[in-house]
Structure formats: C-alpha cells, structure tokens
Design a protein around this ligand. Structure first.
Ligand SMILES: [Zn+2]
Length: 258
C-alpha cells in the first residue's frame, strides 16, 4: 500500500514538473514573439513613428476626402513641415551628408520587401523620412489584407521615385512636364507609386482588379488623412506625401534637419 502511494506521488510530481516546464515554455514563446518579432522585420521598418488621429492632429491642416487630387501646393506645405528643413542643391551635397542622415535616422534607406519593390531610380534617391517608410508599410499591409479578402495573391506595389535634390529635379524637369520647380520630393516625405504594374514575386503583373483594389486601399487611407495624393496621368503614378502628427504627438523625438 505504501509502495503504491509512493508511486502515485512520484507520478504526480512528474506531472507537476511537466506542467511547469510547459508553462515556462509558453511564457518563453510569448516573450520571443513579443520582443523578437520586430527584429525579423527589415531594418527600415524598425523605427516607430507617429500614430495620431491624422485628420485632427496633423502638423499641417488636412481634410478627409476620397478624392485623389491633392495639388502641389498642399503637398509642398506638408513636405516642408514633415521633412528635411532644407533640400539638397546637388547630388554630391546629398551624398556627403548621407552617412550622418542615416546614423541619426533622419532618412531611411528604402529597399525591396514583401510589400513593395523599388524601381531603378534615375532621377531620385531611395531614401525617405521614417514616417514615410512607416506609411509605405501600412499601405502594404492594408493592400495585402484587401487582396486576401478578394482571394488574390499578396501582390507588391512599386515605387518609381523618392528623394530628389534640386539638381535631379532640374534634370527631370527637362523630361517630365509634371515636375514642378519646387517639388515635395526634395524633402524626403514624398514618393511615387506606379498604378500600371504590380509584382507577383519577381514577375510583373497587370490585372485590372489588383489595380482597382490598390486604388480602393488608397482612397480609404486618404479618408483617414494618412497622406496627400495626386493621380499623375502622364507618369501613370500616384504622387504622394506623408502626413505627420503635430510634434508633441509624434512617438519619435528626432530632430529633423539639416
Ligand atoms: Zn511625384
């Protein structure tokens, strides 16, 4: 009888130990997912920036609308508030300052990821302010969510222009009549996304339904005042400027310069 009791107790202790081990493993998994997951994101997404009520708390005035027709003046106003204090005159000035801009998280290098692809850039540089990179991720997440709801693959969109210097803006003006003298692209807040081409892995695709879903995504996010946007017919792209929160509401306390 005593031996049987002893055996039962040993079994119970073993069960208890297993249960404790399991609970410990569960806690470890939760901690890993919570804290380590951000480390598996591309470095460009690791800087968290503002998340406010953009229609109410934007650094410059903006109204909610479903129209994709924000003119250059208002895009420029938001770019000057949310981006580089002074645009770079030449590409060599920009290259000379680049290391410091990156080290201080003033600009972020933008590269291909699961949400978008970066086109070969001839008149701009693949760098944006963190808020704009954060926005690109949010557009990608929302776009792919809507694709999934429509039983479509996780297509990627493509960026065709980002940061310009006065010099690259001048060169572009000789090719493109939409390129104005003073461009929001010079502040690191503004980018172009083509609406003509999407990507299935590394293959370009042109399904009209995907384009329609992408446009719906942008309309919904424009209604939330996440960006300013204009459909550029001649360039087949959306010209977009990120909206940033009022300084006191931004998560990051970085000083925007130079
Ligand atoms: Zn543009």
């Amino acid at each position: 009888m005593q031996v049987k009791n002893l055996l039962n107790m040993t079994k119970r202790t073993q069960h208890l130990r297993l249960l404790l081990l399991f609970a410990l493993l569960l806690v470890l998994v939760v901690i890993s997912v919570r804290f380590l997951r951000p480390l598996f994101q591309p470095a460009m997404f690791r800087i968290v920036t503002c998340k406010c009520d953009f229609c109410k708390d934007a650094a410059a005035p903006i109204d909610s609308t479903g129209e994709l027709n924000d003119l250059n003046d208002i895009q420029l106003e938001h770019a000057q508030i949310g981006g580089l204090k002074h645009p770079f005159e030449t590409d060599s000035d920009f290259q000379a300052a680049l290391d410091s801009l990156l080290q201080n998280n003033i600009l972020i290098y933008v590269e291909d990821c699961r949400y978008f692809k970066v086109d070969d850039l001839y008149h701009s540089h693949p760098y944006l302010v963190p808020e704009a990179v954060n926005l690109l991720k949010d557009i990608g997440v929302e776009f792919q969510k809507r694709l999934k709801e429509n039983h479509l693959k996780a297509y990627r969109f493509m960026l065709t222009s980002m940061l310009r210097t006065d010099q690259s803006q001048y060169q572009l003006r000789r090719h493109n009549r939409n390129a104005t003298t003073e461009s929001a692209h010079c502040y690191g807040t503004t980018f172009d996304i083509t609406y003509n081409q999407f990507w299935d892995g590394d293959d370009p695709v042109y399904p009209p339904k995907v384009r329609a879903i992408f446009t719906q995504t942008l309309i919904a996010m424009r209604q939330q005042c996440r960006f300013l946007i204009k459909r550029e017919i001649h360039q087949s792209c959306f010209h977009m400027t990120v909206v940033v929160c009022k300084p006191g509401l931004a998560d990051s306390t970085k000083q925007i310069m130079p």
